[in-house]
Design a protein around this ligand. Sequence first.
Ligand code: SF4
Length: 193
Amino acid sequence: MKNCHLLHVCCAPDLAISYLSGARGDIFFYNPNIHPKAEYEKRYAEVIKIAALFKMNVLKVPYNPDLFFKLTKGLQNEPEGGTRCEICIRMRLEKTMEYAKENGYKSVSTTLTASPKKNVAMIVKIGKELEKKYGVEFLPNVYRKSPLYNDAQKLIRKMGIYRQNYCGCIFSIRNSVIVATQETKTVKSGVEV
Ligand code: SF4
């Protein structure tokens, strides 16, 4: 039987957390922000593993990074959580909503709310704006609040699931390198371990 809920999935670890928080439905892995393509393929392959474990259906979505670069032109120096991220999240949720509307899904939610680094208020605001535009309900589920959060982390470790060390776009790779360099300097100077 066809699912009536469409779950936007950003990565395998967040899918595991979200599933243990009660997330169900068909998986829509739409993330053209991820760079480079090899990283996109790697994250997608990990999502397939978790989906198989939970017997979830994964919809194949083409990788089209041009749209991400077009929408975020000139915003490469924005801090994480700023305007560029708002545009990125809106792009992903809008495509999910469009697909849901065209294919008869009744509701949408996103595993982006499983990440402790994401601004849930921003995600819900975007989701609710899109709900009005497309007439598909956006469920404001905050998957990171699950009491099984630690169990999900154990499961991810046990399955050897890849955990990325940057959010996804080319700009966040640069940020993660800067943060890692700063942390190394701090450890070397003995200020903090
Ligand atoms: S940092 Fe993450 S949310 Fe922000 S633009 Fe890059 S991929 Fe998107």
